[in-house]
Design a protein around this ligand. Structure first.
Ligand code: HEM
Length: 407
């Protein structure tokens, strides 16, 4: 049976900041080596099981005996604080927090919108969007340019707006509220942002119910009407999740991907020499940065044994995808960024029934951005030393607040 570690590691309060600034914190590495499933204390209060290795991470995420339902007692406070959890519990649930039949009923009607085949039709429009923002960058009369504002945020924001039928003119509003919601800093700001965004989306769905357009949300409304009953609250939850998950994550991945490639010129050279390598490079960047670490938290619904460790019903479990994605048993020389490694089995999009619904869209956006950016601005370089970049160690989704680049 795996032992609980004593001393320094047992006293550890998580999360702790990443080192280097890319690598998982040293404590995560030690936990993975010494006690891959171990109880840890959480900064936000309470304790939970910490799952570090790739093998057990997949086992937990695929196991229906673990619940994603944040309303259940014992759900670990890792990416949430107690007040935000309370607020979430008072609202209709998001798909992310549902289990089994309730979850399938919420996810099934939207799956068709995110298949590779369906998304292929969006490729030319996404290419136009990327080219448009790069044209603006090239036309800027001053450098350095902040890549976050010039490209990373606007591309996925405009794409998800067009897909959902959200007016892009509201982007300042929903981008700032989403960024606030995923920051660990101010609890009041987070709660206000959550409430304001929910009200905004409620209004949007109400308008679409009377004046449908040609967009994903209107199609869901039509589909529900056809089936008999309109679930207004469910549509608000769906739109809320897709809008927030659909831009902030990809935006951070664009910025970090650019940092990763610019700081590993030999890897960038491999990608620019053969764009056929870009899809594999995207997988490796997703693995290397694992920006959504810890969102895959669960609570056990019955007593069980995983990896030789007994977990009791009602105990919280945090799957560290970052730790799993740097597990040398799954990725040789895991600390190296290697765009040719074939990292497709990474867990950056989660695993099991909740695996990211928008992953094909995110992949396509990342591929188009990296190919186009380095082709059109081959002399692109960071305009600040890496150690001076404002990394988002204060947020649930890792990234950079600003990314000055020049050429
Ligand atoms: C690089 C970008 C992205 C990353 C790293 C990411 C990561 C994740 C992860 C780790 C999960 C699983 C959570 C869990 O198991 O509890 C997830 C779920 C989800 N993601 Fe993403 N995501 C990204 C982009 C997107 C995009 C572009 C969309 C929408 C267009 C999206 C929509 C969703 C939804 C709806 C779920 C919930 C699925 C479910 O509960 O069944 N994500 N994402």
């Amino acid at each position: 049976m795996t032992k609980s570690v004593a001393g320094e590691l047992a006293d550890l309060e998580l999360p702790v900041e990443r080192g280097c600034p890319f690598a998982p914190p040293a404590a995560y590495e030690r936990l993975r080596e010494q006690a891959p499933i171990n109880k840890v204390r959480l900064v936000s209060g309470g304790e939970a099981w910490w799952v570090s290795r790739h093998e057990e991470a997949r086992a937990v995420l695929a196991d229906p005996r673990f619940s994603s339902d944040k309303r259940k007692d014992g759900f670990p406070l890792f990416t949430l604080d107690a007040a935000t959890l309370q607020q979430l519990r008072s609202q209709p649930p998001l798909m992310l927090g549902m289990d089994r039949a309730e979850h399938s009923a919420a996810r099934r009607p939207v799956i068709g919108e995110f298949t590779v085949k369906r998304l292929a039709a969006l490729r030319p429009r996404i290419q136009d969007i990327v080219d448009h923002f790069i044209d603006d960058m090239l036309a800027a009369d001053r450098r350095p340019v902040d890549l976050v504002q010039a490209l990373s945020l606007p591309v996925p924001s405009l794409v998800i707006c067009e897909l959902l039928g959200v007016p892009y003119t509201d982007h300042d509003f929903f981008q700032s509220r989403t960024a606030m919601m995923v920051r660990r800093t101010s609890q009041e700001d987070r709660q206000r942002a959550f409430a304001e965004l929910r009200v905004y989306i409620d209004g949007l769905i109400t308008r679409k119910e009377s004046e449908p357009g040609d967009d994903l949300l209107s199609r869901q409304i039509a589909r529900q009407r056809q089936n008999g009953a309109l679930d207004h609250a469910g549509l608000v939850s769906l739109a809320f999740l897709l809008l927030t998950a659909g831009h902030e994550t990809t935006a951070n991945m664009i910025s970090l991907g650019v940092v990763g490639l610019l700081s590993h010129p030999e890897q960038l050279a491999l990608v620019t020499a053969d764009p056929g390598r870009t899809p594999m490079a995207v997988e490796e960047l997703l693995r290397y940065f694992t920006i959504a670490d810890g969102v895959t938290s669960r609570v056990a619904t019955e007593d069980m044994e995983i990896g030789g460790v007994g977990i009791k019903a009602g105990e919280g479990v945090i799957v560290s995808m970052l730790s799993a994605n740097w597990d040398p048993a799954a990725f040789k020389d895991s600390g190296e960024l290697d765009v040719e490694r074939g990292a497709r089995h990474h867990l950056a999009f989660g695993f099991g029934p909740h695996q990211c619904l928008g992953q094909n869209l995110a992949r396509m956006e990342l591929q188009i951005v990296f190919d186009t950016l380095f082709r059109r601005i081959p002399a692109l370089r960071l305009a600040a030393p890496i150690e001076d970049l404002p990394f988002k160690s204060d947020a649930v989704i890792y990234g950079v607040h600003e990314l000055p680049v020049t050429w």
